[in-house]
Design a protein around this ligand. Structure first.
Ligand code: AMP
Length: 223
């Protein structure tokens, strides 16, 4: 029985992947897996893998594949994801990770790989103003802060700038995106899975475009 779509969301840092992946996860009742969030959690807990990951993350470098694949495999190992559906956000980030994901899928194909397309000038502006809740990960922008004194509207946590959102780290992440992430766009185009969605505009507008794409490839059940 089919229960939920299997999705990958690609896009530059600041394209709005995190926000839109959370909304898609809620809409289709599927697990939202953000490798950035999982790695930050591991770093906060101070696990050996987490501490190693933090070193790469803070300088805008990609975390080595063995650590990233470890956290993703743990998610799949918990079970249910393949049947119930999922949305991967921030993974895969290079060709090797894309190939490893094919193995984890165990013959269950992805329904869509969506490239959320936003020009570099726009993402630079978004990231410079981006602020995030230390507690629940909710995103804000300096132009749209929480209601009271940088305390999160959702959980009351402190809303701060991410350590890896410095200008140098952001430039490095965008360079890496061109170098190692763009090739996986061709990989998925070759598999006939790629869909490009315009990520410029109001969040609600972009979300509607994404829902349309998912519904086309994973039609809602008829009553
Ligand atoms: P994100 O929250 O997706 O912007 O990820 C933040 C940082 O986590 C990235 O700059 C990388 O250092 C690391 N990271 C997240 N996902 C991956 C991945 N799939 N492969 C390697 N590094 C990753």
């Amino acid at each position: 029985m089919k229960r939920g779509p299997r999705l990958v969301l690609l896009g530059k840092q600041g394209a709005g992947k995190g926000t839109q992946a959370t909304r898609l996860g809620d809409r289709y009742c599927i697990t939202h897996v953000s490798t950035g969030d999982l790695l930050r959690e591991a770093a906060e807990k101070g696990t050996p893998a987490g501490l190693k990951a933090a070193h790469y993350m803070n300088s805008g470098e990609l975390v080595p594949d063995d650590i990233v694949l470890g956290v993703v495999e743990e998610q799949f190992a918990e079970g249910g994801m393949l049947e119930d559906g999922f949305i991967l956000d921030g993974f895969p980030r290079n060709l090797h990770q894309a190939e490893e994901l094919e193995k984890l899928l165990d013959g269950e194909p992805l329904h869509a790989v969506i490239n959320l397309d936003v020009p570099t000038e726009i993402v630079l502006d978004r990231i410079a103003g981006r602020r995030v809740c230390e507690g629940c990960g909710m995103n804000y922008h300096v132009n749209m802060p929480p209601k009271s004194d940088w305390a999160c509207d959702e959980c009351g946590g402190r809303v701060v700038q991410r350590e890896d959102d410095t200008e140098e780290a952001v430039q490095r992440r965008l360079e890496l995106y061109e170098e190692v992430t763009v090739p996986i766009i061709d990989f998925y185009r070759g598999l006939g899975k790629l869909v490009v969605v315009d990520g410029v505009g109001e969040g609600d507008e972009v979300f509607e475009r994404l829902v349309k794409v998912v519904d086309d490839r994973y039609p809602p059940e008829q009553p």
